[in-house]
Design a binder for this molecule. Structure first.
Ligand SMILES: *Cc1c(COP(=O)(O)O)cnc(C)c1O
Length: 386
């Protein structure tokens, strides 16, 4: 069935549960599934391998991302960890490392996982500003296997050209992985632009209510379907039935939430831009964002993520302790507005020199603008910034 974006969010891959007709996918809270006799199975045997609630969600996220295969993990980091294992150094030959080019401005946890763990296991990483295509070309080697990008990036909201990246990495026979957490499939579909894999932290906009964690990989590569399933099921960082249900429930309202995050994000970004204590605002939906044209080309809208530099870093402690409605907490993408101090929170794992080069400094705050009335968000910020 052909469905538009909003309809696909509401109905998902499974319009109703076929046995009882339940409109909401039931939470199959079970570990094993009974077999009728030897060699006969319902298709389910143990929930780590497969669970009907998780399966409905995996198919829904695959549908929304225009991919053939969807895999759900307990967290976004579970998904990131699984996808990188698809390219083991042993496959490269004795003593060879798997070379990966990674966006330098990215989620701090992904940086930590790659630099502190995978670097020990035969992976080599080049951290580059992927929003500058020449920087990717300069880092590219004949053996580069993976190009991993976040766009828009976190927290500096840089935009990377997905199609150009796909064309570039495919020349060396490598693969493009796009972390689409910030825009969600409602606004951006990297697979349509040539990406090989999309990953998500479903803990953010997809689930959308700051109440659960989940992670996803979506792709259409049949050759990788079995190997990825094997990694997911063997490692066991799979999503629980209840968290799968919460994420499914969140996705039903993804379209209305993203539209409201966008409107509120725009309002708050414009207000900050006019504030005398603010030095600079980073919001992809502002027409003066340096890559506004690229965003318009590859995405259908903008999120509620707004970063900004204050003129004076010494204002930050008092803003963070005086803010009331906007909560000082380190996540994003939920209905509640949150404010983060990236330098010591989300991006603490990133070395000083790299933070400097990306622009994460002591003057930077990051807002995840929620879906409250924007006047209330602005009034709260205004009071805290006095
Ligand atoms: C939060 C986040 C992750 C990690 O996801 P978890 O669900 O917290 O494990 C990865 N990438 C981006 C862009 C994120 O915002």
């Amino acid at each position: 069935m052909n469905m538009n974006n909003e309809t696909a969010c509401v109905h998902g891959a499974q319009l109703f549960e076929p046995v009882t007709g339940a409109i909401s996918v039931p939470i199959y809270q079970t570990a094993p599934f009974r077999h009728a006799e030897l060699g006969k199975s319902t298709g389910f045997d143990y929930s780590r391998s497969e669970n009907p609630t998780r399966k409905a969600l995996e198919q829904t996220v695959a549908l929304l991302e225009h991919g053939a295969y969807g895999l759900a993990f307990a967290t976004g980091m579970g998904a990131v960890s699984a996808i990188i294992k698809l390219f083991p150094p042993e496959a490269e030959g004795a003593g060879k490392k798997t070379h990966c080019i990674i966006s330098e401005d990215l989620y701090g946890g992904t940086y930590r996982l790659f630099s502190e763990y995978y670097a020990q296991y035969g992976y080599a990483f080049s951290w580059v500003d992927t929003s500058r295509f020449s920087a990717i070309e300069a880092a590219l080697r004949p053996e580069t296997k993976v190009l991993f990008i976040e766009t828009p990036s976190n927290p500096m909201m840089k935009v990377t050209d997905i199609r150009a990246c796909a064309d570039c990495i495919h020349q060396t026979g490598g693969y493009l992985i796009v972390d689409n957490t910030f825009l969600t499939p409602y606004f951006q579909n990297p697979l349509d632009l040539g990406a090989d894999f999309v990953i998500h932290s479903g803990s953010k906009y997809l689930a959308g209510h700051n109440d659960t964690l989940s992670g996803f990989i979506v792709h259409s590569n049949t050759a990788f379907a079995e190997p990825l399933l094997k990694i997911q099921r063997s490692e066991g960082a799979t999503l629980s039935p209840f968290d799968a249900w919460l994420t499914l429930r969140g996705i039903k309202t993804l379209s209305v939430r993203m539209e409201k995050h966008q409107t509120n994000g725009r309002r708050v970004a414009a207000w900050l831009q006019g504030h005398p204590a603010v030095e600079k605002v980073f919001y992809t939906g502002s027409s003066d964002h340096p890559q506004f044209a690229l965003s318009q080309k590859q995405a259908r809208g903008h999120n509620g993520m707004v970063s900004f530099y204050l003129k004076e870093a010494r204002m930050i402690p008092s803003i963070l302790s005086n803010i009331k409605l906007v909560l000082f907490a380190e996540s994003l993408g939920g209905v509640e507005s949150l404010i983060t101090y990236p330098l010591i929170q989300t991006h603490d794992a990133i070395p000083e020199a790299m933070r400097r080069s990306t622009g994460v400094n002591e003057k930077l705050l990051r807002l995840s603008v929620g879906i409250e009335n924007p006047d209330d968000i602005i009034a709260d910020l205004d009071a805290a910034m006095r």
